[in-house]
Write a protein that binds this ligand. Structure first.
Ligand code: ASP
Length: 588
């Protein structure tokens, strides 16, 4: 070993010990003859004091030393004199008085400083030099947190009889609603593997194989257009269980997260335990979205019944055309200026509204765009139904139900950020259940699976395959937290007759079903157990626990926002010989 100790572990109890350390020069200060070097490794930083009484050779070495050079230092641990301790450093009560210093490797001037959080360059520069960016304390902390999260998952599931099984990366298309990454075959001209969008089919086949409880820290690949926080490859805790009902799966995952969070991120608090459970319909009505942020209130309230005889044209026409009138109450916002209300109206329009009606509850009665149309009995009824107090601003949307929910759900999140309504240390988990099984794709005039086609429809709804597929509910569930979808899963179809029905409704032809999923249907004929599972995302969880704004901050080597690896410069062109072997010709 190049070292006897790490830079982070030395304390006053080590005083008097001779140690050898190896690491990077974090900072250098010259104080008239005495040179102070802060030496850094993954474990921490320690001050090394270089006195002028060292050998000429050593002093010559040190004279050239710059930031980020790699050194080996031998010296003695000294307790710092009283008053000279640095409480900001974990090793701040000691220093190393150097006896010899070897330069293991010099370093060019770095493209950016890694010793602080200030003066960071743009993200592409950080990603180009990711190996330097990862030297920053914050990034190193994120990597360690990620490791702890994954280790906790593995240990917890191991205790619950799960086994970790690897599944292939070169496989066949597994639909999860995205485009596939394809890998051309050299040996089979014109044929392709697909990278798995998830190990969905394989984990189900492991249940047919009798593995009973499977998990994997699985990489998933989805070729989607880059949208803010997406990565072409991402990591899920993929798991599957046999002989379980929905609530067995939910209980297991809830226990995992409830145990894990205080251990890996003690600052974070869970809003509630047990977690609340909402049906899809209920949650969308209440929060306007199926991924609600439950850290604050401002629920959507239906006031259609109060305005059935309204004089307000906007309200009348919504009701006449079968729509609804709903509102949210923004606490203490009655004095918003015209400009602020106009900005909210613009946001509402961007979310799909035709406009936004407001009522400000003030000491001098109602103000706002809807005030002159509201009768006094309506005023009283609204105030009492929504619990609005003096100083509050009530915002109304009147339209088709889906539009109203989307608009008010979006405004709710805008107010969360404007009014700082959500505690960043709170983790507000919830389960969403009873999703619709299918969604009508108007563009392509066909049914799509809301989750994926292996999800079990609720058995009571089976007759609706022939009559009203839109009303079929599935046994799918989502885990949400702080406005994000953290996991999805479902009880699966384990009978080939039901699976066939689903494929047929999705518009797959017989030969297509056979070609794409014949292996699944066949497997289900050999004694498939009832089974279900889910796949919580690892990146997003670590992002929330680390208080980071996006998942790239918690992935060692992510692609940038347009899907490029700017460090290795990938994707990139390849040799004509390779293309030829793969039977590929590039069309300009
Ligand atoms: N395979 C699903 C997904 O990746 C999760 C699951 O159903 O287990 O979203």
């Amino acid at each position: 070993m190049y070292k006897t100790h790490t830079c982070g572990e030395l304390r006053a109890t080590h005083a008097g010990k001779q140690v050898t350390l190896a690491g990077w020069v974090h900072r250098r200060r010259d104080h008239g003859g005495v040179i102070f070097l802060d030496l850094r490794d993954r474990y921490g930083i320690i001050q090394v004091t270089v006195n002028p009484d060292l050998s000429k050779e050593t002093l010559e070495h040190v004279a050239n030393v710059r930031m980020e050079w790699v050194l080996q230092v031998t010296g003695t641990v000294h307790k710092r004199p009283a008053g000279m301790e640095n409480p900001k450093m974990q090793t701040g009560e000691v220093e190393i008085i150097a006896e010899s210093i070897d330069v293991l490797n010099p370093a060019k001037t770095l493209p950016f400083m890694v010793s602080g959080e200030n003066d960071l360059p743009d993200e592409n520069t950080r990603l180009k030099y990711r190996y330097l960016d990862l030297r920053r304390e914050r990034m190193s902390r994120n990597m360690i947190l990620r490791h702890k999260v994954v280790k906790f998952m593995r240990d917890f599931l191991d205790k619950q009889n799960f086994i970790e099984i690897e599944t292939p990366i070169l496989f066949k298309a597994t639909p999860e609603g995205a485009r596939d990454y394809l890998v051309p075959s050299r040996i089979y001209p014109g044929q392709f593997y697909a990278l798995p969008q998830s190990p969905q089919q394989l984990k189900q086949l492991l249940m047919v194989a009798g593995m009973d409880r499977y998990f994997q820290i699985a990489r998933c690949f989805r070729d989607e257009d880059s949208r803010g926080d997406r990565q072409p490859e991402f990591t899920q805790l993929d798991l599957e269980m046999s002989f379980v009902h929905r609530d067995d799966v939910l209980a297991l995952v809830e226990a995992l997260y409830t145990d894990m969070i205080p251990r890996v991120a003690p600052r974070k608090k869970l809003l509630s335990s047990p977690w609340p459970k909402f049906s899809y319909k209920e949650v969308v009505e209440k929060y306007g979205t199926d991924k609600p942020d439950l850290r604050f209130g401002m629920e959507l309230i239906d006031v259609s019944d109060i305005f059935t005889k309204s004089d307000f044209r906007v309200f009348q026409s919504a009701i006449e055309s079968g729509g609804v009138i709903k509102c949210i109450v923004a606490p203490g916002c009655a004095d918003y200026s015209r400009k602020e209300v106009d900005a909210l109206t613009e946001s509402a329009k961007a979310l799909g509204a035709k406009g936004l009606a407001t009522l400000a509850v003030t000491g001098e009665g109602l103000k706002g765009t809807a005030a002159k149309f509201v009768k006094s009995e309506e005023e009283e009824a609204v105030k009492s139904k929504v619990g609005a107090k003096e100083g509050d601003l009530i915002l109304f949307a009147a339209d088709e139900r889906a539009v109203v929910n989307k608009v008010l759900g979006g405004l709710r999140v805008i107010f969360r950020d404007k009014l700082d309504l959500a505690d960043p240390d709170l983790m507000a988990f919830a389960w969403i259940v009873d999703f619709p099984m299918f969604a009508w794709n108007e563009e392509e005039k066909k049914w799509d699976a809301e989750h994926h086609p292996f999800t079990m429809p609720q058995l009571d709804d089976l007759p609706k395959f022939e009559t009203n597929p839109a009303e079929i509910l599935s046994d799918a569930y989502d885990m949400v937290c702080n406005g994000y979808e953290m996991a999805s899963g479902s009880i699966r179809i384990h009978r080939s007759d039901i699976q066939l029905k689903v494929f047929q409704l999705l518009g797959l032809r017989g030969d297509e079903i056979e070609q794409k999923f014949g292996h699944m249907l066949e497997a289900f004929e050999y004694g498939a157990p009832p089974h279900g599972g889910m796949a919580p995302g690892v990146d997003r969880l670590v992002m929330l626990l680390a208080d980071e704004p996006n998942i790239r901050e918690v992935i060692a080597f992510p692609k940038n926002q347009t899907g490029r690896d700017v460090m290795a410069d990938a994707p990139s062109e390849v040799e004509p010989k390779q293309l030829k072997e793969l039977h590929i010709q590039i069309k300009e």
